[in-house]
Ligand binder design. Structure first.
Ligand code: NAD
Length: 510
């Protein structure tokens, strides 16, 4: 008999206390019809009611009203709200990080790291609130000047995935708020508790900010795909920022486009490392381990393909296998390096991919289920390394689990071709000490990904850079650099301060 409840009463009580400290009352996540499980052992840790279409529409109405007021607030003052949010997050970092570990199964350091990213983007957005710069443009007409200004956009709909249950929302929300927008967040149905907690922390910052912030400025929708679809279809939501699978993006993008809305799409990745004969192999093996195994292979930037020069392939694979064999797998709160997969479905998808890889000529190392006796409803796996004869169908597909496919190459052009010959284009890296290879990799004819790194792995992006990828990854950019421009509308202004009305292109219209 498989028990469906492994978390001890004490542990459940601890989760409830965590949520209470984070500002979430028990009534928000108990006695609902949608069960929430911890991937640690499959225990139910809450149950919520999913919101229907009417509730979402009412929130859009409230969000739109809030936007009409918020857009008039000076941007540096809007930044003050985000500064306060960063302060609240600092106070609650440990608790929110622990909740991320419990609900998403990330190891403690990754849970804390995710909250740190939220804090970092708050700092970035506060600075940005005084730097929403436009341009002045030379006019061809006498007595005229031109400029470009950036204005608030409206309600921003944020749809997020289970694997970054809080940081992705913060990347979007902090920028959207300083840009003068309202936000409605539809988190993954697998991680609603961290969403309730994050929203409660933002509500706390809003309370500190005072009455200046309109009601409905930042709202949460607990719902499934249907709730997301209401946001996607509503013309009062000019921007949808959606993070998740390419399947989801394929559904969302045309619907938003059909109503001439905008979207930021952050979809699946199939990230590769090119490992050249000149590389520092100690560094490379560490890079492989962190990027391929971290977060149990459930990062959009997880290393999924190792394209290694044939002359060093056997040595690298042997060293990677030795490193993999030492990885501690288990309860993510107990100092292990690899926690569980999110659920049984993810485990089945991994096993299907490994079976396919075998059929396509792959040699599989690892990939077995672990700790099934201790956690009958928790899905732990040993990360897999699969040597492939070529870039077959299974290699070109993103399986959201720790599988690293190894491909050998003979010349550098071939390595670049393999890097680019997949439908996705998120992250990529090269390990080399040859400056020609490094520069070619990052050049116009090099990696076609949104992220191209040298001597550092594919995962673990910093918030200062624009984050996102090309092709089936969706083309969106979030977080740093000038990603904020996607959350605003651009306006070109021409001002005539002369006493004439000269027309452009020298046209005479008498
Ligand atoms: P998912 O696509 O199953 O769900 C993501 C979100 O989309 C959920 O909130 C879900 O309810 C919603 N959704 C699904 N279909 C929808 C629809 N038709 N309309 C509106 N909303 C809809 O993804 P997941 O399993 O939660 O996350 C894993 C995937 O996310 C992986 O493919 C991973 O690579 C990707 N991901 C990408 C990034 C990135 O920045 N590129 C970051 C994190 C995760």
């Amino acid at each position: 008999l498989i028990p469906d409840f492994n978390f001890t009463t004490q542990e459940i009580a601890m989760v409830n206390q965590l949520l209470e400290r984070l500002g979430v009352s028990a009534s928000a996540y108990q006695n609902g019809s949608h069960a929430v499980y911890t991937p640690i052992d499959g225990s139910q840790i809450g149950s919520l009611n999913l919101e229907g279409a009417d509730a979402v529409r009412a929130k859009i109405t409230a969000g739109h009203d809030a936007f009409l007021a918020w857009r008039k607030m000076p941007a540096p003052r809007r930044g003050e709200l985000v500064r306060l949010f960063g302060e609240v997050l600092r106070e609650h970092k440990a608790d929110l990080g622990e909740l991320v570990s419990i609900e998403a199964g990330k190891i403690t350091q990754e849970g804390l790291g995710e909250v740190q990213e939220m804090i970092d983007i708050c700092d970035f957005a506060v600075g940005l609130s005084r730097q929403l710069y436009g341009l002045t443009i030379a006019s061809e007409r006498p007595g005229h000047h031109m400029r470009e200004t950036w204005h608030p956009l409206g309600v921003v709909g944020v749809i997020s995935a289970f694997n970054f249950p809080v940081a992705v929302w913060a990347w979007n929300t902090t920028l959207a708020l300083v840009a003068g927008n309202a936000v409605i967040w539809k988190p993954s149905e697998k991680t609603p508790l961290t969403a309730l907690a994050s929203q409660a922390l933002l509500d706390k910052a809003l309370a500190r900010f005072g009455n200046d912030a309109p009601q409905g400025l930042a709202q949460l929708v607990i719902g499934d795909r249907e709730a997301g679809e209401v946001l996607v279809d509503d013309p009062r939501v000019p921007l949808i920022s959606a993070t998740g699978s390419t399947r989801m993006g394929r559904e969302v993008a045309p619907r938003v486009a059909a109503r001439f809305g905008r979207s930021i799409l952050e979809l699946g990745g199939n990230n590769a490392m090119i490992l050249t004969p000149s590389a520092d192999l100690d560094l490379a093996v560490r890079g492989i381990l962190f990027s391929a195994v971290g977060t149990a292979g459930q990062r959009c930037t997880t290393l999924r393909r190792l394209i290694v020069h044939r002359s060093i392939k056997d040595e690298v694979v042997a060293r990677a296998k030795a490193a993999y064999a030492k990885v501690r797998i288990g309860d993510p709160r107990q100092g292990n390096l690899v926690g569980p997969l999110i659920d049984k479905q993810a485990f089945s998808a991994m096993q299907d991919a490994l079976a396919k890889a075998r059929d396509e000529g792959g040699q599989v190392f690892g990939g077995e289920r672990q700790l099934a006796d201790t956690f009958p409803n928790g899905y732990y796996v040993s990360p897999a390394i699969v040597e492939m004869p070529g870039q077959t169908a299974v290699v070109r597909h993103e399986t959201f689990a720790p599988i690293l496919y190894v491909l050998a190459y003979d010349d550098f052009e071939e390595a670049l071709r393999l890097n680019n010959e997949v439908p996705q284009g998120l992250s990529s890296c090269i390990f080399t000490t040859d400056v020609r290879e490094a520069e070619a990799f990052q050049g116009a004819a090099g990696s076609d990904c949104g992220i191209a790194n040298v001597n550092i792995g594919t995962s673990g992006a910093e918030i200062g850079g624009a984050f996102g990828g090309e092709k089936e990854t969706g083309g969106g950019r979030e977080s740093g650099s000038d990603a904020w421009k996607a959350y605003m509308r651009r306006q070109t202004n021409t001002v005539n301060y002369s006493r004439e009305l000269p027309l452009a292109q020298g046209i005479v219209f008498d």
